[in-house]
Design a protein around this ligand. Structure first.
Ligand code: C2O
Ligand code: CU
Ligand code: CU
Length: 553
């Protein structure tokens, strides 16, 4: 059997993120699909979890910057230690604040504070920062028409309009988003308000030690520890999966914990991978409490044992470890699930069936040996100290007002796929549109509420789940119809809503065959017409055109 190191060597050629300021060479060629040994980074092997989880500290990678009024966000080629001795070249948001240097800083501001960052583009391609989840005017939103050319700057200036929540920022240039995010550009944007501060106080939480943002990203590396991004035709259609799972840019991490409550704000920052997350202790599910979603705290917390998180989505959870003993371990893992769409079904069928493992057919499906829906471990929690802790997880973390939909207009949104060109290429569209920078297929009236019925018509091999994301506003999920069994079983009401549908959202996973109704209130304070995006957050779908502009008039 070929080792993983050899495997990555095969993938390496021409597909490496270059040196400082470098670029990917994107190859569309297929590469042989090979299974690798249980190498030191194989996330299926729990014995591999031996690297300390990278935490947001007061500087460095993901370091927390509190209430900055300005920041120069330099988009640069840099390198960080990810796998080991040889550092990995990445693209990064680099900034200085208070005499410290930060890479992809965790930016924390309070609702109502003003923030005027400047993007300085030191890449050789255009880029723009999008503040995912924030309700900004379109000049500040990071729409691709405002992308800054190499060497240029882009000035933002906005007042934080959002309630407290776990938001994030990432690039959004036309057709280049997938590779720039994959190359490393992504950071947390945490908004606080009084309610949030009261919750943190009552649970004695502290950002970076007991309140831990975790971004999940799957990546492929070559033998020199460099990122590989070389989607073949199939992966351009379906999405690019990695075989190394990173939590805060740490492969196979562990975290030492005390016997108390921890908060994890988990962001799925992967290009295409969906996670079905669970905590497991001694092969038993270990419950957690969902207290928040994309747009902040919930009206009631849900004690649950597993949850789907699609690309772009966030979950805010509390894990009560007060009853554990020093020496206990709990794993955060990805449970197996029925993968949907060609990538998973066909790839899995062929390899799982043992008929054609590897070889020609496999290479068309996916170069990743970690399939969509495959089971693996993500993070090992190791209990160290017994401590006194008696705060209780709140049953009603916040209040959420239901939108008034008495005059709401309904709109149908259809997600579909069609074969384009030769075998294996699939194009995805929204109401039949593929993205055009200068057309505005959807117009909404400001101050009006609308109900969007998002219907994912794809079934079987023509279907994939699509994490649908809107810019400029948050929404409420009203219901789900036609959900696959593996989703429906989590429903909390007759409308088929899931626990994660009970809070404010900006991204919602729409499964094949599903119809998801969302309500959006298009009121905002920005004068003039505003142009925003509605798109799939599977970033290969995104760059492939599964996106529309919508105009607020
Ligand atoms: Cu996080 Cu338009 O994206
Ligand atoms: Cu966004
Ligand atoms: Cu999609």
């Amino acid at each position: 059997m070929i080792s993983r190191r050899d495997f990555t060597k095969i993938l390496g050629a021409g597909a490496i993120l270059g040196g400082i300021g470098g670029l990917y060479a994107i190859s569309n060629m297929g590469f042989p699909r090979v299974t690798y040994d249980y190498s030191e980074f194989d996330p299926r092997n729990p014995a591999n979890f031996s690297r300390p989880l990278r935490l947001p500290k007061s500087s460095g990678v993901f370091g927390v910057i509190d209430s900055p009024s300005t920041l120069e966000m330099n988009v640069v080629g840099d390198s960080v230690e990810v796998l080991g001795a040889a550092p990995t070249n990445i693209w990064a948001y680099k900034t200085d604040a208070g005499g410290e240097t930060y890479i992809n800083p965790t930016i924390r501001l309070k609702k109502g504070e003003n923030f005027s960052p400047t993007l300085v583009n030191e890449l050789q391609k255009e880029t723009i920062i999008h503040w995912h989840g924030l309700h900004l005017d379109w000049k500040n939103d990071g729409h691709p028409v405002y992308a800054a050319d190499p060497g240029e700057r882009y000035d933002y200036n906005f007042t934080i309009p959002n309630r407290a929540g776990t938001y994030w920022y990432h690039p959004h240039p036309m057709g280049l988003t997938a590779q720039q995010v994959y190359g490393g550009l992504a950071g947390f944007f945490i908004v606080d308000d009084e309610e949030e501060e009261a919750l943190s106080r009552s649970l004695n939480l502290e950002l970076g030690t007991t309140d831990i943002p975790i971004v999940l990203q799957d990546r492929r590396f070559n033998q020199q520890n460099q990122l590989v991004y070389n989607p073949n035709h199939m992966e351009q259609s379906m999405g690019f999966l990695g075989d190394t799972i990173l939590a805060n840019l740490t492969p196979n991490p562990y975290l030492d914990v005390d016997t108390r409550v921890y908060r994890f704000r988990i962001l799925n920052g992967s290009n295409a991978r969906i996670y079905r997350l669970a905590f497991v202790k001694d092969n038993q599910k270990f419950p957690f409490s969902l207290i928040g979603t994309d747009g902040g705290l919930l009206e009631r917390s849900f004690k649950m044992s597993e949850v789907f998180v699609g690309p772009g989505e966030r979950i805010d959870i509390l894990v009560d470890m007060t009853e554990l003993l020093p020496g206990d371990t709990v794993f955060l893992k990805n449970l197996g699930f029925a993968s949907t769409g060609m990538m998973g079904n066909m790839g899995r069928g062929m390899n799982g069936g043992g008929m054609m493992g590897g070889g020609m057919m496999g290479d068309m499906m996916s170069g990743s040996s970690l399939d969509d829906g495959e089971e693996f471990f993500i993070l090992k929690l190791v209990v160290k100290n017994k401590v006194d802790y008696d705060a209780q997880i709140p049953e009603e973390p916040s209040k959420i007002e239901c939108l008034d939909l008495s005059n709401a207009k309904s709109r149908r949104i259809t997600l579909s796929g069609s074969m384009i060109g030769g075998m294996g290429m699939m194009g995805w569209s929204i109401n039949g549109y593929s993205y055009d920078l200068y057309s505005y297929p959807i117009q909404v009236n400001r101050d009006n509420s609308e109900i969007w019925e998002i219907y994912n018509v794809g079934m079987g091999h023509m279907g994939m789940p699509h994490p649908m994301h809107i810019h400029g506003f948050s929404f409420q999920v009203l219901g789900r119809m036609g959900s696959p069994t593996q989703v429906r079983r989590y429903a909390i009401d007759d409308n088929g809503r899931l626990p994660t549908d009970s809070g404010w959202k900006d991204t919602v996973l729409v499964w094949p065959g599903e119809k998801v109704a969302i309500a959006i209130d298009f009121s905002h304070k920005y004068p003039d017409e505003q142009i925003y995006l509605f798109h799939c957050h599977n970033l290969e779908h995104h760059d492939g055109g599964m996106m529309v502009n919508y105009k607020v008039i």
